[in-house]
Design a protein around this ligand. Structure first.
Ligand SMILES: [Zn+2]
Ligand SMILES: [Zn+2]
Length: 751
């Protein structure tokens, strides 16, 4: 390993006094910088620091000619003969204890190789910001209301503070949330109405915990649970896929597996796609186990740090969180669960571009614990691993409680009899009316936000485009603003066509805003709410809307894919998919898979209670295998039709893909550079069977935020070999200043 490193000391002709080049024996620390330098570097450990320098702690080291002090991660320490070349010395040790266990160091090094990221950036990514605070930084204590009655009536300001402190919160966040000064908060601490929180904070604003008791399991649930418990009891690794239709009781299987894990004195990590979109799943874990660390994106760095310490101390049995919760420092890990494993949010979109499913498998294997992956619509990657016998699949084919999967009616939008003035065909309108008349609720999915999806010239057909992206602007009301969904830029729409000058532009296509308007006009007596990123901007708004829907204060919920995930509302009698084709024709080989998953998932929200339910799917391609399978509740039929296509094209899961995206404000420079990369890739893969290089080509979104985008794809049968080729092809490339490029291994996003 030593040969690979370059000692910084070699840069010097005359060694400064702090370089001990006469010592033959000594201790050397290998460190990794979070940014700037890619290679690990070696430093001498002075006697005075020998006890404190250990792998997993951060150290201060001098770097470069200027000996600028940098914080770096120590990844290895060894004692013995020193190299010939003089080494610089470690200056100081940053942390009082190791932040990363040896296994985490091993994991991060594997991740860096697996996703072609720098080791330093992976180390930064697995440690929450709060944990990376300087050792001198004070950890902000959390406050919580004691529940004691005030001796004097509280003022309205104090009442606001106490309400906001129902769950642990920092003093600063509390003052902000209640809109009071810090002095008011301090006074309440002095009077005993607030206290320092010792426990791990719960997600803000949730209901108090009710302890529920385990349900009895169906035969299939029992078999699935046994498949998890068998390796758990024997301390062995196994990957088990719960392929269960919507409403089949997967969560109950997770809960009982976690219960047994805790009974063995071990900890469990449960990954969900996004905390705010899966409040019911989190609630069920909290209700069953009480002390659950919920890691969500609204936590402050101090709160995150507090949770990290509680988990590392072994005080928390269950960790529930999105993607990055997989890095929770559980000393006694016993089980990992990934719910809705097909969700693309498990892959990080920025460097390091890791997939939590693969990380989870690595950890589960290393720790010898079971990994459970659950979905009604498993990804094709997961499905294929079950088909070849690597992973075990347990099927849950029926809903719990004997309720039936709802019948699905496809409405062919090309059929003249289904023509409608708005986005609601007569048959969907009839379905909505049927559900409302029977006292049920309705969910309508339209995966396009805004009022109109385009603003067109009636004369020449030109659509108004974003000034800095290659995208049509979406019309948002009120105020007739044109918003680009690529960069978020808001523009006043022109009065006349920018292309031909003809007066008057017309909105085309329906977004959720317009759909909401049409629903309100058609069903004036119904109470309607909309759930999309435009209406759900403020903290807690998801939960408020879902609570209102649960309390039957809303009859019709209109929304984007936000409403499709794991929600369980027994009174929903009709689910309408307004445009099932919306994402079917995107330039992405996973477009059919995603469409089938989305339609299946949202259809599964219907008929979960005793009232029964129906689903209406509006589509222009009712015969597409993705739509047909979703309508027949037969996801496996889709898998059977899709796998041979992927195999023929050598797409995942039969081949690996590395995508290189090149960006520049200068279009020709981006094109030239992408051409350069493609040429080198072709050179490196010459004579290597099965490697295919596609491009350079403009990316499907050819310009974003004023940057021109080109991409190159390399496909190959085996990931390791493919990455090696990409590494060799890009190793010596000198990148011009006006060009930036990224490497995405196993991309889930191709736009
Ligand atoms: Zn025009
Ligand atoms: Zn834009």
């Amino acid at each position: 390993m030593t040969e690979k490193h370059t000692s910084q000391g070699r840069l010097f002709d005359t060694a400064p006094e702090w370089i001990l080049d006469d010592a033959r024996q000594g201790t050397v620390a290998t460190v990794v910088l979070p940014d700037g330098v890619d290679r690990p570097l070696d430093y001498l450990v002075p006697e005075s620091l020998a006890a404190a320098v250990e792998p997993g702690r951060r150290v201060r080291v001098p770097l470069g000619r200027g000996n600028r002090e940098r914080v770096a991660y120590c990844v290895e320490v060894r004692t013995g003969d020193l190299p010939q070349a003089p080494l610089k010395s470690v200056i100081a040790v940053e942390d009082e204890a190791a932040l990363l266990a040896p296994r985490m160091l091993e994991l991060t090094r594997w991740m860096a190789d697996r996703w072609m990221a720098r080791w330093g950036e992976v180390l930064e990514a697995v440690l929450p910001a709060g944990v990376r605070l300087r050792r001198t930084a004070r950890v902000t204590p959390l406050l919580v209301a004691t529940g004691a009655s005030p001796t004097r009536p509280p003022t309205p300001a104090q009442a606001r503070v106490l309400a906001a402190a129902a769950a642990p919160i920092t003093a600063e966040a509390l003052a902000r949330a209640a809109d009071v000064s810090r002095a008011v908060v301090s006074r309440l601490v002095r009077t005993g109405l607030l206290r320092a929180a010792g426990a791990v904070p719960a997600a803000p604003g949730r209901r108090p915990i009710r302890h529920d008791r385990p349900e009895s399991l169906s035969a299939e649930q029992g078999a699935a649970l046994e498949a998890i418990l068998d390796p758990l009891r024997r301390g062995k690794h196994a990957s088990i896929v719960l392929f269960g239709v919507t409403g089949s009781g997967k969560t109950e299987v997770y809960l009982q597996a976690v219960e047994e894990t805790l009974a063995h004195g071990r900890q469990a990590i449960v990954l969900v796609p996004e905390i705010s979109l899966t409040p019911q799943t989190c609630d069920r874990f909290r209700a069953r186990f009480g002390s659950v660390a919920v890691l969500h994106s609204h936590l402050s760095p101090a709160e995150r740090h507090a949770q990290w310490r509680e988990i590392a101390a072994g005080n928390v049995g269950v960790v529930v969180g999105a993607r990055s919760a997989i890095f929770a420092p559980t000393p006694r890990l016993g089980l990992i669960v990934i719910d809705e494993e097909h969700e693309t949010s498990f892959k990080q979109a920025t460097a390091p571009r890791y997939h939590a499913r693969d990380v989870a498998e690595w950890i589960a294997r290393a720790e010898g614990v079971p990994l459970v992956l659950g979905s009604a619509t498993p990804s094709l990657e997961t499905f294929q691993r079950c088909l070849v016998g690597e992973w075990r699949m347990c099927r849950l084919p029926g809903r719990v409680g004997g309720t039936e999967l709802p019948p699905v009616l496809s409405v062919d939008l090309r059929d003249p009899s289904s023509r409608s003035r708005g986005a609601i065909t007569p048959r969907l309108a009839a379905g909505i009316r049927w559900a409302l008349d029977a006292g049920g609720q309705v969910m309508l999915l339209l995966n396009r936000r805004g009022f109109a999806t385009a603003v067109l010239c009636r004369g020449c057909g030109h659509s108004v485009r974003c000034g800095q992206c290659d995208l049509a602007v979406t019309l948002h009301q009120p105020g007739s603003r044109g918003i680009c969904h690529g960069c978020g830029l808001v523009a006043r729409l022109p009065a006349d066509c920018p292309a031909c000058g003809a007066p008057g532009l017309v909105p085309r296509g329906t977004g959720t805003q317009r759909l909401e308007d049409q629903i309100r006009a058609t069903f004036p007596a119904a109470r309607v709410a909309r759930m999309d990123t435009d209406t759900m901007r403020s903290r807690g708004s998801h939960e408020r809307t879902l609570d209102a829907f649960r309390a039957r204060e809303i009859d019709i919920l209109v929304g984007t894919q936000m409403i499709a995930k794991g929600l369980d509302f027994p009174a929903v009698m009709l689910v309408g998919v307004v445009n099932a084709d919306a994402a079917l024709h995107l330039a992405d080989f996973r477009a059919s898979e995603r469409t089938c998953q989305l339609v299946t998932q949202v259809a599964g929200r219907s008929g979960r209670g005793s009232l029964g339910g129906r689903v209406v799917v509006q589509t222009s391609t009712p015969d597409h295998p993705a739509i047909r399978a979703a309508a027949a509740h037969d996801y496996e039929a889709f898998v059977r039709s899709e796998l041979p296509i992927r195999e023929a094209l050598l797409y995942p899961p039969f081949g690996c893909v590395v995508r290189i995206v090149v960006r520049s404000v200068n279009g020709p420079a981006a094109e030239r550079w992408a051409g350069n990369v493609a040429e080198r890739l072709r050179g490196e893969s010459e004579g290597v069977p099965g490697i295919r290089v596609l491009g350079p080509a403009p990316a499907p979104i050819a310009r974003l935020r004023d940057r021109f985008r080109w991409h190159v794809q390399a496909h190959g049968p085996e990931g390791g070999l493919l990455r090696e080729i990409v590494r060799r092809a890009t190793a010596t490339l000198a990148t011009p200043d006006d060009v930036a490029w990224i490497v995405d291994v196993d991309p889930v996003e191709m736009l």
